[in-house]
Design a protein around this ligand. Structure first.
Ligand SMILES: Cc1ncc(COP(=O)(O)O)c(C=O)c1O
Length: 456
């Protein structure tokens, strides 16, 4: 019998609770605040989110039950398989053992439905009939479109213009599930009109699309807004990834030395890593690495500040590493990583020294992704390629040091709707974008007058 390369869990082994890392933080997370420095109250958030989700957002309960109707839908594709990347290991000639959790098997093709399904469910229970959201690469928009279809809610998605143009198939997926998909900035919103007047050719950004989706939400009846990353409840829902992975690694007889996830708004990274960060907080020796684009280097270059999650400053101020909410990231193909900020929980862990971060240039990520496709077979999303490139660096280091190492990475999604990026790479049309100190200083000018987070 050949060496085992994957572990699948039985349906009955699906985790029935999410893990809330807020219960285990050695120091509490600074709260979201308003521009005058006062804390945000649940009532402030009520026009945007239903109260049952707001309660989860501020909860410090360690384990939170997954409602039965949510479990029933998650079972469409969960538990997801955990693989050993044996062919990649051989190609790299490394003593490292590389494992990956394949979140690309969901109907939308990524980890995003793990939170779309519970978010839509909680909105439905609260009596909401329509959701608005933004999407970068289109993964989140298609996940929410799919989940809204499951529970019978209407859905409108503002899709960052560059991705809308680069990835027409994502729009078609959303429409197939019955959602509307508009390019952002869009003339139908006040924010969109103002931005288009100044810069009609803007590629757009997640920060702009969030402003438009929130504006639509607060000006429409029976509508709430849904965010695919960044917030505490989104990170919470994604922990099902790491909880499953832990059991699967046990079945392989392994525990990781290093856990890696790519980081856009931080949710898939949180999902794979928080159950392991919990072990680290309780004394276990495990490294946890967030992989971000060098074009958008928040945890490796930016300051820890209070900043808004969107361009029009419609969200509260969140404590995070931020490039400034007016920053429009360069048009890298990993659209889901083009964001100026990062999940406050992930940033807090970084600040506490419980996780590390690494910034990777676009070309190195595509080299890794193509090697992956040619060894493991699955074609990764451009976002996922950042976790792959970081894992390859770790595996190469293990080879140089002649040391065994167990690497676990989150394979956050497939790239079958992102082939234009592969085409550009294979034909030599892609370039690296590295952010300079000067650019960062300029983009940070937008947040100079905002309150500062307290020292640790
Ligand atoms: C496949 C994939 N991976 C990763 C990300 C990054 O988001 P997050 O950091 O919230 O996981 C995205 C976002 O669109 C994505 O589509």
């Amino acid at each position: 019998m050949a060496e085992r390369i994957k572990v699948t869990l039985d349906e009955q082994d699906i985790p029935r609770q999410w893990y809330n890392i807020a219960a285990d933080l050695p120091k509490p997370l600074p709260p979201p605040i308003k521009p005058d420095g006062s804390p945000v109250t649940p009532e402030d958030l009520a026009p945007v989110f239903p109260m049952n989700i707001i309660e989860q957002e501020v909860s410090t309960q360690r384990w939170i039950d997954i409602p039965e109707p949510v479990l029933e839908k998650l079972l469409i594709w969960r538990p997801t398989p955990l693989y050993r990347a044996r062919a990649l290991e051989r190609a790299l000639n490394t003593p490292a053992r590389i494992y990956y959790k394949n979140e690309g098997v969901s109907p939308a093709g990524s980890h995003k439905p793990n939170t779309a399904v519970p978010q839509v469910y909680y909105n439905k229970v609260f009596g909401i009939r329509r959701l608005t959201t933004e999407t970068g690469a289109g993964q989140w928009g298609s996940a929410l479109a799919f989940a809204c279809r499951l529970f019978g809610l209407a859905c409108r998605v503002y899709m960052v213009r560059i991705s809308f143009d680069q990835k027409p198939f994502r729009k078609m997926m959303m429409q197939t599930w019955g959602a509307e998909c508009l390019p952002s900035p869009n003339p139908s919103t006040k924010t969109g009109r103002a931005i288009l007047e100044k810069d009609p050719d803007t590629p757009g950004s997640l920060g702009i699309a969030i402003s438009e989706a929130i504006e639509d939400c607060v000006t429409s009846p029976d509508t709430r807004y849904s965010l695919g990353s960044v917030l505490n409840h989104v990170c919470l829902h994604q922990t099902i990834i790491g909880l499953e992975a832990k059991r699967q690694m046990e079945k392989f007889g392994e525990y990781p030395d290093v856990v890696i996830g790519c980081a856009g708004g931080g949710s898939n990274f949180a999902g794979i890593s928080f159950p392991f960060v919990c072990d680290r907080i309780h004394g276990r020796d495990v490294r946890v690495v967030a992989a971000e684009p060098a074009a958008c280097p928040r945890m490796t270059m930016a300051p820890y500040v209070y900043d808004s999650g969107d361009v029009a400053m419609m969200t509260p101020l969140l404590p995070m590493y931020s490039l400034g909410h007016t920053f429009v990231p360069p048009p890298i193909h990993a659209g889901g990583l083009r964001y100026h900020g990062m999940a406050p929980l992930v940033c807090h862990l970084r600040r506490l020294g419980l996780i590390e971060a690494v910034a990777l240039p676009q070309l190195e990520c595509y080299e890794g992704a193509v090697l992956w496709a040619r060894t493991e077979g699955f074609i990764p999303a451009p976002e996922t390629s950042h976790a792959i490139a970081a894992a390859i660096r770790e595996a190469n280091r293990a080879a140089e040091e002649g040391r065994e190492k167990v690497i676990l990475l989150n394979w956050s999604g497939h790239g079958l709707m992102d082939l234009t990026g592969y085409d550009a790479f294979l034909n030599g049309r892609l370039q690296n974008y590295l952010m300079t100190e000067d650019e960062m200083r300029r983009s940070l000018a937008a947040i100079e007058g905002l309150p500062k987070p307290p020292p640790l």
